[in-house]
Design a protein around this ligand. Structure first.
Ligand SMILES: Cc1cc2nc3c(=O)[nH]c(=O)nc-3n(C[C@H](O)[C@H](O)[C@H](O)COP(=O)(O)OP(=O)(O)OC[C@H]3O[C@@H](n4cnc5c(N)ncnc54)[C@H](O)[C@@H]3O)c2cc1C
Length: 259
């Protein structure tokens, strides 16, 4: 079902979004989730004890609670992701000036890949652009791009969230990208959405005072996820530095004992 990567005492589990959603959904009774149905706005939910806005990067719930000033900010890079037939046990990420390319295991007989390039928002590039941009990179990268198809390709500009004053307002809580979208360079956005959900569920179950539980959720999750938003942005800058690339490469080699 999933790819696993061992690194010292930690194991990373890599699984695709459809596999994750299917795994979560099958634990729930039929009819709990209505796929493809727009959620009601907050005004239509005033009779509910708690409302959770898990509506992603462009969260309408966040906008309703905090206004336009907390819209996500472009981080200066765009990303393509895709999958090709094959099998892989290891994760690799190659850094160069203003770009990076990663190859990882994926569930099924598939290999996952991602490419990131520093550029203005709205870059129109497709596979032709990627093959030319990465055409002089190492053989693994070229082989993956040769096998890639437009049907198995996603392209997204990358954004992260300004710091919200709170993840909670009244009886409504925000979680996941609605609260703390981050650059993908630490691979933590979806993981943190899951941690939010588990934390919120635990606090709401443990405390009969809903507002106290929501305040505890905000106190616990906001500092931790803000650190990750900043860390992910910093990692993105380091991985795709242009001008400082020689210094970056030397520092990494020294840290790894290779210089
Ligand atoms: C290039 C890239 C690579 C990434 N790689 C990783 C990685 O390796 N590891 C990792 O952990 N994270 C990664 N992420 C981040 C991850 O995708 C997000 O952090 C994660 O999807 C956030 O989950 P979410 O549920 O908060 O939001 P979303 O996944 O955006 O889900 C929100 C959902 O709410 C729905 N919605 C919105 N409004 C309404 C409405 N009114 N009614 C009903 N539904 C609504 C949307 O349709 C959407 O399905 C990556 C992101 C990008 C862009």
């Amino acid at each position: 079902m999933i790819g696993t990567v061992d690194s010292r005492d930690r194991t990373a589990y890599l699984l695709s979004r459809p596999a994750l959603l299917a795994t979560l959904a099958e634990t729930l009774p039929d009819g709990t989730i209505s796929f493809g149905t727009p959620a009601p706005t907050l005004d239509a939910l005033t009779d509910h004890d708690v409302v959770i806005g898990a509506d992603g990067l462009r969260s309408p719930t966040r906008r309703q609670l905090f206004g336009e000033k907390f819209e996500p900010v472009y981080i200066g890079a765009t990303a393509w992701r895709g999958w090709v037939p094959g099998h892989r046990d290891t994760v690799s990420e190659t850094w160069d000036a203003d770009a990076l390319f990663g190859i990882t295991p994926r569930d099924g007989d598939l290999v996952n890949w991602f490419a990131c390039v520093r550029t203005d928002a709205g870059h129109p590039g497709g596979l032709g652009y990627l093959r030319s941009r990465f055409g002089n990179w190492h053989a693994d990268v070229r082989a993956v791009l040769d096998a890639a198809t437009p049907e198995a390709l996603l392209h997204h500009d990358l954004y992260d969230s300004p710091a919200l004053p709170s993840y909670v307002s009244g009886n409504t809580a925000l979680l996941g990208d609605a609260a703390h979208a981050m650059a993908p360079n630490l691979g933590r956005g979806a993981c943190e959405a899951l941690v939010d959900a588990v934390t919120l569920g635990r606090f709401l179950t443990a405390d009969t005072d809903i507002h106290a539980a929501l305040r505890r959720y905000d106190r616990t999750r906001r500092p931790a996820t803000r650190r990750l938003v900043r860390g992910s942005r910093a990692m993105s800058s380091v991985a795709m530095t242009g001008r400082l690339r020689p210094l970056r490469d030397l520092s990494v080699k020294l840290a790894a004992g290779l210089a």
